[in-house]
Design a protein around this ligand. Structure first.
Ligand code: KIV
Ligand code: ZN
Length: 515
């Protein structure tokens, strides 16, 4: 029987560290449920000690998820480890993931600690964590740029203290597949008790090699856990992408000879959920989950695929969850058909009031759009329901716009700002510009727009437009997402959603180690 490769998903922790990718508690819960449905082995739900909000997210996910291990990150620090354990109390299977930097650069410049101090802190923290939970992961932050002798010493010691998983991250994406794979192998060969723990890889994508490095860590190094995120979301250029690693190991089982527990048919729904929630859209030519990943445009390819599918296809689109746009519901569909479809898609909200909002939105949409596809339902639940379920500072009430060739576009808006109705109008370079200028003239946020993108949720011009707006204010970056058949409405919603996020208090900067 083949060994198992453990899939550790960190979309909700490392993924969320992408500027603008912050998610609400409801959004994280929805993603956690999708990860469980996909049979991810370990879900890193957050960093419980970083804020009360993160603590509550980890706690709620730990209480809700039954079929995956739920994990919280914790610095190698007493307070963090206690908070992680507290948040994970209700988990069916809990893991504390504690870490400390081990590279000379990080120890000296960031932590201002000597290697001996780092060593002591690591041992103490793993000991403490093991007294609280049975499953403890220890990470050597910036591990790939650390000295092998020091890593061997610290890893041997933490395994003695009871660490059950050892993770050696390439924190800054500096690795090259051969070198990273060899690095992991050397460590496993030199640490005397290396067989007492599972070895894990965690690679960032700064040089575009996160997936290749992770796979080398598995094949050459013997790692049996990969840390990854949906769509490769993560700090800077992102993390190792879950869908690519999983499909590489599955498709090339002849080479890797490893099993993964993942239900691959849930990959595309997970990708869409994360993209729509964060507003980080997936490039069309992205492997596995990009819109073109299975599209054959050239005549020769089409001819080949029609004669024998495997001439140009190494995976089947349906195996990763692609289904043709299906007309699923329409104007006459009732509440139970709607509820059943959301349940089949795995996006049925827990709370009745959320379901009511979603159903009302569905009816509204069905009045304006005759064909409702699965993608529309996903957007409807992801984009519109939670925004309404939460107290919003801003709401769009009315929007009208006029543009004609030779005239400057003009828009009039009415919004409710903190309970008060306000109106404004503005001219702009284009219709969207006029609408957003009108809103800004009421709100006066002073935020700078750093990204505006429109994406058609399904294929035709009848599709809903999904708009992402990214705003920057006082060094902070937030994303807002809106979806509507009218892209001006979607743009206004996205802008207001982003402004709403700027209202949430900025999380405090967390010191690298210590109090
Ligand atoms: O990139 C990194 O080193 C991390 C650790 C906290 C595991 O995310
Ligand atoms: Zn990371």
């Amino acid at each position: 029987m083949a060994e198992q490769l453990i899939i550790f998903d960190t979309t909700l922790r490392d993924g969320e560290q992408s500027p603008g990718a912050s998610m609400t508690r409801e959004e994280k819960m929805r993603i956690a449920r999708q990860l469980e449905r996909m049979k991810v082995d370990v879900i890193e739900a957050g960093f419980a000690a970083s804020s009360n909000g993160d603590f509550e997210c980890v706690r709620d996910i730990a209480n809700a998820i039954k079929d995956s291990t739920v994990c919280s990150l914790a610095r190698a620090h007493e307070y963090d480890i206690n908070r992680a354990a507290e948040a994970l109390k209700g988990a069916a299977s809990a893991r504390i993931h504690t870490f400390i930097a081990t590279s000379p650069l990080h120890m000296e410049k960031k932590l201002r600690m000597t290697p001996d101090e780092v060593f002591e802190q690591a041992c103490k923290s793993v000991r403490q964590a093991r007294n609280l939970v049975a499953d403890v992961e220890f990470s050597t932050e910036d591990g790939f740029r650390s000295e092998v002798d020091f890593l061997c010493r610290i890893i041997e010691a933490v395994i003695k203290e009871g660490a059950t998983t050892i993770n050696v991250p390439d924190t800054v994406g500096y690795g090259i597949p051969e070198l990273y794979g060899e690095f992991i192998r050397t460590l496993r060969e030199r640490v005397p008790n290396s067989d007492k723990a599972i070895w894990s890889v965690h690679c960032h994508n700064d040089l575009g090699m996160a997936v290749a490095n992770s796979l080398a860590g598995v094949k050459v190094g013997g790692a049996r856990q990969v840390e990854c995120t949906i769509n490769g979301l993560g700090e800077r250029a992102g993390n190792c992408s879950l869908e690519e690693v999983v499909m590489a190991v599955k498709t090339r089982r002849d080479y890797f000879d490893l099993d993964v527990r993942i239900d691959t048919t849930q990959i595309v729904p997970a990708s869409k959920l994360v993209a729509q929630t964060t507003g980080f859209i997936v490039q069309p030519n992205k492997a596995v989950v990009g819109a073109n990943a299975f599209a054959h445009a050239s005549g020769i390819h089409q001819d080949g695929v029609l004669k024998a599918r495997d001439t140009y296809e190494i995976m089947r689109a349906e195996d990763v969850g692609w289904s043709a746009n299906k007309l699923v519901l329409g104007k006459l569909s009732g509440r139970s058909a709607f509820k059943q479809r959301l349940s089949d898609l795995g996006i049925l909200p827990d709370a009745d009031d959320e379901l009511n909002i979603a159903f009302a939105k569905f009816k509204e949409l069905a009045d304006r759009k005759t064909e409702i596809f699965d993608e529309d339902l996903i957007a409807l639940v992801n984009v519109n329901t939670t925004a309404d379920a939460q107290p919003a500072h801003y709401k769009l009430v009315k929007l009208s716009q006029h543009s004609a060739i030779g005239e400057q576009p003009h828009a009039e808006v009415t919004i409710i700002q903190d309970g008060e109705e306000k109106r404004a109008s503005a001219y702009g370079n284009g219709p969207v510009d006029a609408c957003l200028k009108a809103i800004e003239s009421v709100v006066g946020s002073g935020a700078e727009m750093v990204l505006y993108s429109v994406n058609a949720i399904t294929g035709s011009t009848e599709a809903q437009g999904e708009v992402t707006v990214r705003l920057q204010h006082s060094g902070r970056i937030v994303n807002g997402v809106g979806a509507d058949p009218d892209i001006l409405v979607a743009s206004a919603q996205a802008y207001l959603a982003a402004l709403d996020k700027l209202h949430v208090a900025q999380p405090a900067r967390i010191p690298a180690q210590g109090e």
